[in-house]
Ligand binder design. Structure first.
Ligand SMILES: NC(=O)c1ccc[n+]([C@@H]2O[C@H](COP(=O)([O-])OP(=O)(O)OC[C@H]3O[C@@H](n4cnc5c(N)ncnc54)[C@H](O)[C@@H]3O)[C@@H](O)[C@H]2O)c1
Length: 255
């Protein structure tokens, strides 16, 4: 049985920066054909160009996951370019910090649109493509900041990730008979410069040492550890794992 992503066509949303960029670069280096998409066209193209100039296979499509037609077009690109889809990582997401007491309607709408509707649009069209391919795997990026744990000033974001976990379970039971697994990855504090985690610390003026001290392993997650968890959930070896949220948090939620 094949494991990992080599030889597979993998769609990753939100590849212009952060975790999506790291996953795209890693999976292309391992022999996957990666299709990336993002609203940030300049950085998204740069990432794909760099992957290709390093000998990897990656194409980039401009797409806002809040727009279902744009997501449909990404899946059409996958079909036209690769003929099939083997796996998808619904990684595009956004975060806005603020107390629930100060919640602004437009900000809440934006968080829900990107983090919940964006995942829903992606799931809808990926499930159709994977069914046509005879099966495959989907990983939705969740967070320990969800229904698992709360931190001040991150409640609406947490609600969107709780919704992602719920969508993951529902999609898993709906798609299991088609040979498709759907899982979520709830992670925290990956050490990727300028990703959402580091921007959160900067915005709130939180020293990274405070975060490290709160984790039983007393360090941040290495990018390779994030890649390994997603690779496992995309692998053929994980096909009996579905409808679950894998926690990658250095023991944070076990305390
Ligand atoms: N960084 C962490 O430690 C961490 C922890 C838990 C969960 N997550 C989740 O992992 C995912 C990636 O996080 P990150 O830190 O890399 O975030 P990031 O903000 O650094 O990158 C997110 C990417 O998604 C893109 N994006 C945003 N809105 C989009 C839209 N509407 N359509 C298409 N693309 C869009 C952005 O342009 C960006 O390239 C997110 O879903 C996030 O909630 C991250």
């Amino acid at each position: 049985m094949a494991d990992g992503v080599a030889g597979k066509t993998i769609l990753i949303t939100g590849t212009a920066r952060g975790c999506g960029r790291v996953l795209a670069e890693a999976f292309a280096a391992e022999g996957a054909s990666v299709v990336g998409c993002d609203v940030d066209v300049d950085r998204g193209r740069e990432v794909a160009d760099r992957v290709r100039s390093g000998g990897g296979r990656m194409t980039f499509v401009e797409a806002d996951v809040t727009d279902e037609d744009a997501v449909r077009a990404v899946l059409a690109h996958v079909a036209d370019t690769h003929g099939r889809l083997d796996g998808a990582v619904n990684n595009a997401g956004t975060e806005t910090t603020g107390l629930i007491a100060d919640a602004d309607g437009d900000v809440v709408d934006r968080l829900l649109a990107v983090n919940v509707k964006g995942v829903l649009h992606s799931l809808k069209h990926e499930l159709a493509a994977l069914k046509a391919a005879g099966g495959g795997a989907i990983v939705n990026m969740s967070s320990v900041t969800s229904d698992m744990t709360a931190v001040p000033a991150n409640g609406v974001y947490a609600a969107t990730k709780g919704a992602v976990d719920a969508l993951t379970k529902a999609a898993a039971v709906e798609a299991a008979a088609d040979g498709i697994s759907v899982n979520a990855l709830a992670f925290a504090a990956v050490d990727i410069p300028d990703d959402m985690f580091w921007r959160f610390l900067d915005d709130r003026g939180i020293p990274v040492e405070t975060i490290v001290a709160a984790f039983p392993v007393k360090r941040l997650a290495r990018p390779a550890e994030l890649v390994a968890a997603v690779r496992y959930l995309l692998s053929d070896d994980a096909r009996f794992v579905t409808g679950t949220t894998l926690v990658l948090d250095g023991g944070y939620t076990a305390q």
